[in-house]
Design a protein around this ligand. Structure first.
Ligand code: FES
Length: 106
């Protein structure tokens, strides 16, 4: 099911923002050139909001603000310790100015 989460202008390039969609906390990152990627907002290591971390638009990663693990925004896999468990990724669709996220029916 597709959910409308934000306008493209809500997320500055090179940053991420947190949105709650269907009670799931999602971090949406703006990689520039109209590319947006969405992952779980909660770090898999402990309680931290990934949308408050730094986005690397070249490596396509987001860094946890708490202990510094970086996660691949396309696969959700941690690239550096201490996190070892992947985070969920969500398919993103951009229609005009609108960012939509696909969530599985539950
Ligand atoms: S809470 Fe994210 S790396 Fe520890």
């Amino acid at each position: 099911m597709l959910f409308e989460v934000a306008k493209t202008s809500d997320i500055p390039e090179g940053e991420a923002r947190r949105f709650v969609v269907d009670r799931i906390e999602i971090a949406v990152a703006n990689l520039g050139n109209g590319q947006f990627l969405a992952v779980d907002d909660i770090c898999s290591h402990a309680e931290a909001s990934l949308s408050e971390g730094e986005v690397d638009t070249d490596r396509e990663t987001i860094e946890c603000p708490r202990h510094g693990s970086t996660f691949d925004l396309r696969s959700g896999k941690p690239k550096t310790l201490p996190a070892t468990v992947p985070i969920a990724i969500f398919p993103v669709k951009v229609e005009g100015e609108t960012i939509l996220i696909e969530l599985e029916d539950r």
